[in-house]
Design a protein. Structure first.
Length: 95
């Protein structure tokens, strides 16, 4: 069974691509996230403020894009992103 995840593409006022994720990111839906990341060229802001759960499978999808993504995360996800080392590879903004 796939965990509910909604991915909504958009643009920030400055024209930068924006991908907003809402729900949970786990091994059941990382394919959707990977496809959305791969389908967006150039710099990308990934808004994770609506994500309630992010497991290691979800984090592993982010690493290949660390050089071009900027993350916006809620306080719940910040420890996971820090422990994984992702905060050393990309910019992470808190809410």
């Amino acid at each position: 069974m796939t965990t509910p995840l909604t991915l909504t593409p958009g643009r920030r006022p400055d024209g930068t691509a924006l991908l907003t994720a809402v729900g949970e990111i786990d091994m059941s839906n990382t394919g959707e996230l990977a496809a959305a990341l791969a389908g967006t060229d150039g710099p990308l802001v990934l808004d994770l403020t609506g994500v309630e759960y992010l497991d290691s499978a979800g984090i592993s999808v982010l690493f290949p894009h660390a050089d071009r993504i900027e993350l916006v995360a809620n306080p719940l996800l910040e420890p996971v992103l820090t422990i994984s080392g992702l905060t050393e590879l990309t910019t992470v903004h808190g809410t």
